[in-house]
Design a protein around this ligand. Structure first.
Ligand code: TXA
Ligand code: MG
Length: 320
């Protein structure tokens, strides 16, 4: 089992010797390793059972440090980072040769962000390398927003989980691409709502391609272990086996399902609160003995609701 603790020196020691450590961020827990070390990066992929074709986000603590990792920092990217970082924003930028090809699956672009968590910022300022970190879950599974989630799934594969409490945002970062001097493309909906980005740039639609720009945006993803279904609205919905059905809802429950099988993400209908609770609720329903299958509903399609709907669609998609 991994040790869970708040010992920064221990995390630093492990990272400096090329080991991986689970770290807190405002979005989800990450599985971090030295982004300049191929050996460390390889350990991240192995622990998660992640294909090398799915590149990793690189984390650092300042815009100045980002300049060390990229060939150029377009003005729009700088303005975006200055406005929204530290925070849940990741930008694809032309990578410098310091970043091993293994991190980006040989793409000339690297995804970078500045996480908004005091412990991890402190950690990053004490290291002389950035941290490559995907979410700290086995490939394709539900993302972790608590140390206990990491422990339950990766605890026998890593030695240390840096405990920064529950993640404040609860959804992964929003990933964008710079299109030109005033346009961007959102490649993954996430913790920074689209509406906020519009204050600095025009948004252009993602091109429909057979292979997504963000390779990890697989149709089936974030899935709990149990079967999970998405319904558009609750009128006319009758579970076949109410006692063994779990419900993941926004602010209102369903009469036909026992109360103890229902998890509401925000009784006061607040999308930030719902986002913060989403992955924890999926983990919780997965652990309930009585519950055999899970039903969930579509959320309002604006603000963080868009990213919540994205995660629910992927979690409920047919698994191949
Ligand atoms: O909030 C977050 O972004 C969290 C925390 C730990 O920072 N990280 C995270 O990482 O969500 P991960 O690996 O679970 O998701 C990153 C996504 C993947 O879909 C991956 O394919 C994509 O970003 N990605 C990473 N580097 C890329 C690159 N160079 N080009 C295109 N897509 C990239
Ligand atoms: Mg992930």
């Amino acid at each position: 089992m991994a040790e869970i603790g708040k010992n920064l020196d221990k995390a630093i020691g492990l990272l400096k010797t090329g080991e991986v450590v689970a770290i807190p961020t405002e979005t989800v827990y990450g599985l971090a390793g030295n982004a300049f070390s191929e050996m460390a990066v390889r350990k991240i992929f192995e622990a998660k059972n992640r294909p090398y074709t799915d590149p990793l986000i690189v984390h650092t603590h300042s815009v100045e440090k980002i300049e060390d990792l990229v060939l150029e920092l377009p003005e729009l990217a700088r303005a975006m980072f200055e406005t929204f970082s530290p925070g849940p924003l990741t930008i694809l930028l032309r990578k410098s040769s310091k970043i091993p090809d293994l991190v980006t699956n040989s793409s000339p672009f690297v995804a970078v962000r500045i996480p908004d968590h005091p412990l991890t910022i402190k950690l990053l300022t004490q290291l002389d390398f950035p941290l490559a970190a995907p979410s700290a879950n086995p490939f394709g599974a539900t993302s972790p927003t608590l140390p206990a989630h990491v422990q339950a799934t990766l605890g026998d594969r890593i030695s240390y989980i840096l405990d920064g409490g529950p993640c404040e945002v609860g959804l992964e970062s929003t990933i964008i691409q710079i299109v030109n001097t005033n346009e961007i493309r959102v490649l993954r909906q996430g913790g920074l709502p689209e509406e906020d980005l519009r204050s600095l740039a025009r948004l252009v639609e993602e091109e429909k391609k057979a292979t997504p720009v963000v390779p990890g945006s697989l149709i089936s993803h974030y899935a709990p272990k149990k079967e999970i279904h998405l319904v558009k609205n609750l009128s006319g919905f009758h579970p076949k086996n109410p006692k063994h059905t779990g419900f993941l809802g926004f602010n209102k429950g369903i009469d036909s399902i026992p109360n103890e099988n229902q998890v509401l993400l925000s009784p006061k209908a607040d999308l930030s609160e719902a986002a913060r609770n989403l992955f924890s609720a999926m983990h919780k329903l997965d652990e309930m003995d009585e519950v055999q299958e899970i039903v969930t509903i579509e959320f309002p399609d604006y603000g963080l609701g868009k990213a919540i709907n994205d995660r629910l669609k992927r979690a409920t998609a047919k698994r191949s």
